[in-house]
Design a protein around this ligand. Structure first.
Ligand code: NAD
Length: 281
C-alpha cells in the first residue's frame, strides 16, 4: 500500500511558518486580484485566495471589472498596479472573456509582481534553467511535496501527462532542472500506457477521471494527481484510479487533499517572496 502524500498537512505547516514570519512585519505583503465578469467558479477561487491571504495577515484587494471591460481598461488597471509600490503581487483570474487577449494581459504584468509566474520572462527563466522571481503555484506545490517526503528526483524517469502552461509544461521543466529524465504526454500521445508504465514519477494533469489505471503503473512508482474531476457520485476526484493504484504505488496524492491545498499555499508563499524581493531582502 502506498504512503499517502498529505498535501493538507504539508500546506498547513508551510502556512503556519509563513504566518509567523508575516506577524513580525511592520508593513504587510499585499496581493491584488483582478476578476473580470461573473464566472461562478472564478468567484469561488478568488474568494478562497482572499480569505487565505487575510488569515495570514497578507493585505488582499480584489478588483472586480465587468464582463464588458475593454482590453485597454484592463491593461491600464494593470499598469496602475505595476506602478503602485504598495502592491507586491498582481494576479488576473483566468479565464478572461473572449474579447480580451489573455496573452497581452499576462505580458502586461510586471514580472516582479507576477505572482502566478505566467509571464514569459518568468516562464522563460524556468525553461532556460534560470531564476524566475517565483515559480508557478501548482508545479511549485508538487515539487515541495516531493521534497517533503524525501522523494528523489535526480536520475528518475518522470512522466508528465498534460502540457498546459500552468501545470504540465512548467512542472516538466522544473523536474528536468532537477535532473529527472522527463517525458511529456498529451492528447495526441500514442501508447500512453507503455510510457507511463516506465515512470518512477507520474504527474497527471489532464482532467479525466480514471485516466491512470493500476495496470499502467509500475510497482513502487510515485503518483501525483493534479486532476480535478467529478465522480459519478458527484464527489471530487482526480485523474488516477486511486483505489487500485494505491495498492501498487509507493507514494500517492489523494484528491482532494493532495496537490490542491499546495497550490493556494504556493500563492501565499509567492506573495511573501515577491514582497521580500521588492524590499531588498
Ligand atoms: P488543461 O485543462 O489546459 O489541458 C489538459 C491537458 O491534458 C492538455 O495538455 C491535453 O493535451 C492533455 N490531455 C487531454 N486528454 C488527454 C489524454 N487522453 N491523454 C493524455 N493527455 C491528455 O490542463 P490544466 O489547466 O493543467 O488542468 C488539468 C487538470 O488539472 C484539470 O482537471 C484541472 O482542474 C486540474 N488542476 C488542478 C490544480 C490543483 O491545484 N489541484 C491546478 C490546476 C489545474
Amino acid at each position: 500500500m502506498a504512503q499517502i502524500i498529505d498535501g493538507k498537512l504539508v500546506s498547513k505547516k508551510i502556512l503556519e511558518n509563513l504566518s509567523d514570519e508575516i506577524l513580525f512585519l511592520e508593513k504587510k505583503p499585499s496581493l491584488t486580484v483582478i476578476i473580470v465578469g461573473e464566472d461562478p467558479a472564478s468567484k469561488i477561487y478568488v474568494n478562497l485566495k482572499k480569505k487565505k491571504a487575510q488569515e495570514l495577515g497578507i493585505h488582499s484587494n480584489v478588483i472586480e471589472m465587468p464582463e464588458s471591460v475593454s482590453q485597454k481598461e484592463l491593461l491600464d488597471k494593470i499598469e496602475e498596479l505595476n506602478n503602485d509600490d504598495s502592491v507586491n503581487a498582481v494576479l488576473v483570474q483566468l479565464p478572461l472573456p473572449k474579447h480580451i487577449d489573455t496573452k497581452a494581459v499576462i505580458e502586461k504584468i510586471n514580472p516582479i509582481k507576477d505572482v502566478d509566474c505566467f509571464h514569459p520572462y518568468n516562464m522563460g527563466q524556468i525553461a532556460t534553467n534560470g531564476k524566475p522571481y517565483v515559480y508557478p503555484c501548482t508545479p511549485k506545490g508538487i515539487i515541495r511535496l516531493l521534497e517533503y517526503y524525501d522523494i528523489p528526483i535526480e536520475g528518475k524517469n518522470a512522466v508528465v501527462i498534460g502540457r498546459s502552461n500552468i501545470v504540465g509544461r512548467p512542472v516538466a521543466q522544473m523536474l528536468l532542472n532537477q535532473n529527472a529524465t522527463v517525458t511529456i504526454c498529451h492528447s495526441k500521445t500514442k501508447n500512453l500506457d507503455a510510457i507511463v508504465k516506465n515512470a518512477d514519477i507520474i504527474i497527471s494533469a489532464v482532467g479525466q477521471k480514471n485516466l491512470i489505471k493500476a495496470d499502467m503503473v509500475k510497482d513502487g512508482a510515485v503518483v501525483i494527481d493534479v486532476g480535478m474531476n467529478r465522480a459519478d457520485d458527484g464527489k471530487l476526484c482526480g485523474d488516477v484510479d486511486f483505489y487500485n493504484v494505491e495498492k501498487k504505488a509507493a507514494f500517492i496524492t489523494p484528491v482532494p487533499g493532495g496537490v490542491g491545498p499546495m497550490t493556494i499555499c504556493s500563492l501565499m508563499q509567492n506573495t511573501f517572496d515577491l514582497y521580500k524581493i521588492q524590499n531588498g531582502s
